[in-house]
Design a protein around this ligand. Structure first.
Ligand code: PEP
Ligand code: MN
Length: 588
């Protein structure tokens, strides 16, 4: 499955262009929106996306020079050009009318394209916005009839908006030229040149500041029978009055005549970058929806598009992804969880002594942990096993947290522990055995502290989400979910670490997801590979047990990591990239 990257969020024109290109070429895959063009080219050049789209020219606004410059700088290969006829509609919230509109959010190029239309909207002013998808999304989020967006009709359906006016561009034939680009060393089939395609080539070159130097360069092309398609210039900053030229022409660098002309051009100009050759767009621009005949004399229509809103009875509406599509970012002191950084919470299973917790705190802080864990009230299978230091342990944990600068997390086992624990630790942990202790969930929901909710070892994913809903329903939105292994027939490991829960939880819920491989496998040497897997599969972070001297640990000694183990894991994790989709901050 290919990953196709565009700048923007769902509903952007670039996304529509990518989907069109993928349909045309029979490429299966998904589109991924990123916040900026620079991020887009960086992803592609590091082979973390298969191809992408960049608008390079707008019929009204002219060349998008940043796009040419980035394609050159990151050495991407152009694949095909697509001319897309934009069809701007004015979208508002349900119940809004044209008369209500005071602000119109739109991409600056769209504002330029809809100048007359906007001038005719009394009392409304245009507000530039980074892309069309964001404009539509903000209108939906704001919920005000006074704010509208200029966006394609598909964005109305996507964000549940209505059309207040159709075909808003001043000129019905306005279009944008997009270039599909791929990494130079990418290998996705389906991106090869189409056999019958007319080819085009794009160049950037700089000429000496001398009379006739541009004319000489152009005549080299003309003498070779090359038909220039477009020429544009900008100052060559830092080089006096010299200028940089962008030129597109018919032909392919692999044609011998073109190759010879480029060799001559290279010697005639000061510098030359060949962006590459690509399939030219043939025929009229695409993208105009069937049945729409743009007209210069059109009057804004008032038409309602029924949004697709699926009402589902959900047992966890507050926890479900749609209630916060862009994800919860949990803040604990200076720490942020769920914000695109992969974080590690570390510390001993049990707090055993002042020295033990202070040393562990110091060491894990120095080696990259962002939060200190430690159990004071331990849920042990045997009543004769070490039960934890209780409140004395909580005091020691708080001291170690202050000394190391790390926020702290510790388990609460009963309702009557909650408020006192909340005074001393930063995050309240609900252990696997208590995941469905509903009174306890309600109590932590009211305690005013973030909650780390562990999955019960015989709980389904939906039961975990419903347990989180108890906490949110009490008014506490700050919950992180933790997969810590479930009980299966497998006995080689302490539990079965259900890493498949991570993408499922990420899809179903907006809450951050942690993985606890320590309790998942229970064996020190298997924790390291599972840490890598947890990051690769899309978890937001880890919870791991670390002890100064594992053989002496009073609980869970087989799974306790040494400080050296912990460092190796941190180093390993630096080699694992955060999954692509998490780089999408979607304008948040
Ligand atoms: C723990 O984190 O030490 C613990 C007891 O975990 P769980 O509730 O997942 O068994
Ligand atoms: Mn433990």
């Amino acid at each position: 499955m290919a990953i196709a990257v565009y700048q923007g969020v769902d509903g952007a024109y670039s996304q529509l262009v990518l989907e069109h290109f993928m349909r045309e070429r029979g490429i299966a895959g998904s589109t991924l929106g990123v916040p900026s063009y620079r991020e887009l080219v960086t992803l592609l050049s590091s082979l973390r996306g298969d191809f992408g789209v960049i608008p390079i020219e707008n019929a009204i606004g002219g060349t998008v020079r940043e796009a040419y410059d980035l394609i050159g700088e990151f050495e991407l290969s152009p694949v095909a050009e697509i001319l897309w006829r934009v069809d701007h509609r004015l979208l508002g919230v349900r119940g809004a009318t044209l008369r209500d509109v005071r602000e119109v959010l739109a991409h600056p190029l769209v504002i330029a394209e809809c100048g007359k239309f906007l001038a005719g909207l009394e009392h409304a002013r245009a507000i530039p916005c980074e892309d069309t998808g964001v404009a539509a999304r903000e209108v939906a989020r704001g919920g005000s009839p006074e704010i509208a967006a200029l966006a394609p009709p598909s964005a109305a359906t996507l964000y549940g908006l209505i059309e207040l006016a159709a075909h808003c561009a001043d000129h019905p034939a306005t279009y944008t030229r997009f270039l599909i680009v791929r990494p130079k060393h990418g290998s996705l089939p389906g991106l090869a040149r189409a056999s019958d395609a007319r080819r085009k080539t794009s160049l950037i070159f700089a000429v000496e500041e001398r009379t006739g130097s541009l004319a000489r360069c152009l005549s080299i092309l003309a003498e070779s029978g090359i038909n220039g398609d477009k020429l544009e210039s900008k100052p060559y900053l830092g080089h006096g009055a010299e200028r940089i030229f962008y030129i597109d022409f018919d032909g392919d660098v692999d044609d011998s005549a073109v190759a010879a002309a480029l060799a001559n051009l290279r010697s005639a100009c000061k510098s030359l970058a060949v962006l590459g050759s690509y399939d030219a767009h043939v025929g009229e621009p695409v993208g105009t929806p069937a049945g729409v005949t743009p007209s210069l004399e059109r009057v804004p229509e008032h038409r309602v598009v029924e949004p697709i809103i699926v009402q589902v009875e959900s047992p966890f509406p507050r926890v479900a992804r749609p209630s916060k599509p862009h994800g919860t970012v949990l803040r604990v002191g200076n720490v942020r969880i769920g914000d695109g950084e992969f974080v590690i919470i570390a510390g001993p299973c049990s707090i055993e002594s002042r020295e033990q917790i202070l040393e562990t705190a110091r060491e894990v802080a120095a080696r990259g942990a962002i939060m200190l864990r430690g159990g004071a009230f331990k849920p042990r299978t045997s009543p004769y096993a070490f039960q934890g230091l209780g409140w004395e342990g909580v005091t020691l944990l708080a001291e170690a947290g202050r000394a190391s600068g790390l926020p702290t997390v510790s388990e609460v086992m009963t309702v009557d522990q909650v408020s006192r624990m909340a005074e001393h630790v930063d995050v309240l942990q609900i252990g696997a055995r208590n995941m469905q202790n509903f009174d306890l969930l309600k109590a932590v929901g009211r305690a005013g502290r973030p909650v780390l909710l562990k999955r019960g070892f015989s709980a389904t994913i939906d039961e975990l989400l419903a347990a989180a809903e108890y906490i949110l329903a009490e008014g506490n939105p700050n919950v992180m979910l933790c997969e810590r292994g479930i009980r299966t027939f497998e006995s080689a490991t302490r539990n079965t670490l259900d890493l498949s829960a991570v993408p499922v939880l990420r899809e179903r819920s907006h809450l951050p997801v942690l993985v606890d491989p320590s309790h998942g496998v229970g064996v020190r040497r298997w924790i390291r590979p599972l840490c890598r897997a947890a990051k690769a599969v899309g978890a937001h972070g880890l919870l791991v047990e670390v002890h100064p001297n594992p053989p002496e640990a009073k609980s869970d000694k087989d799974q306790a990591l040494t400080f050296a183990d912990f460092s190796e894991i941190v180093e390993d994790l630096a080699q694992i990239p955060i999954p692509l989709a998490d780089l999408v901050r979607a304008g948040e």
